[in-house]
Design a protein around this ligand. Structure first.
Ligand SMILES: [Zn+2]
Length: 205
């Protein structure tokens, strides 16, 4: 969910505000290379809540969402791409009883994770993964993953509303601006990749 009222955005505490920026990055990765490049160029302005940069970005996100929802009517299921990063993200929030992560922070970890899965399954180029993770890191530090185990996440993931018949359906990156949805992966890969996540991400600023 992107907060679309600029007035409201300006009043958010910094951590909540940064948390919203991860959802903006999500829109860029799933559908918009131009937005992605804008975020790479203007992240400092966005962190300063520059009004013009913010207005441009918000308009872009609203357009992407409307477009995805409209195309979903014809293509059935396309709106699943809006859940990029949310499969693991929701599980992380639940596993920590909604106390450790802001929603966007959990989604940021979910996106980093989906990126590693994308690289591991040869869907996503390592150079794009590096570029994407660097953009996420430029927003700031993320709460640590310490103490969360893949085995703990498994039952949460299987109960997720996006899984069908207990099968987890992932949204996976293909390139910057394009994702694939409904991907089923073996649990061994899912848990091994989770264990391979760095315990922390982001720069401290
Ligand atoms: Zn969200």
């Amino acid at each position: 969910m992107v907060v679309t009222d600029p007035e409201l955005l300006l009043t958010l505490p910094h951590r909540e505000y940064r948390s919203g920026l991860y959802e903006v990055i999500k829109y860029a990765l799933i559908a918009d290379l131009q937005l992605f490049m804008f975020l790479e160029r203007r992240m400092l302005a966005l962190l300063r809540r520059d009004a013009d940069a913010l207005a441009w970005v918000i308009a872009r996100c609203i357009r992407i969402k409307a477009d995805v929802v409209a195309r979903d009517e014809r293509e059935g299921g396309l709106r699943e791409i809006l859940n990029f990063g949310h499969t693991l993200g929701h599980a992380l929030e639940a596993a920590t009883k909604y106390r450790r992560f802001r929603h966007g922070e959990a989604i940021a970890w979910g996106m980093i994770y989906a990126t590693l899965l994308g690289v591991a399954t040869d869907r996503f180029k390592e150079a794009d993964a590096t570029r994407f993770i660097r953009l996420i890191a430029s927003v700031g530090p993320l709460p640590r993953l310490s103490g969360i185990r893949a085995s703990q996440l498994r039952s949460i993931l299987a109960g997720d509303k996006k899984s069908r018949g207990g099968k987890i359906r992932w949204v996976m990156p293909r390139r910057i601006g394009k994702v694939e949805w409904g991907v089923e992966l073996p649990w061994t890969l899912v848990s091994r990749t989770f264990a391979a996540l760095p315990p922390f991400a982001g720069t401290s600023n």
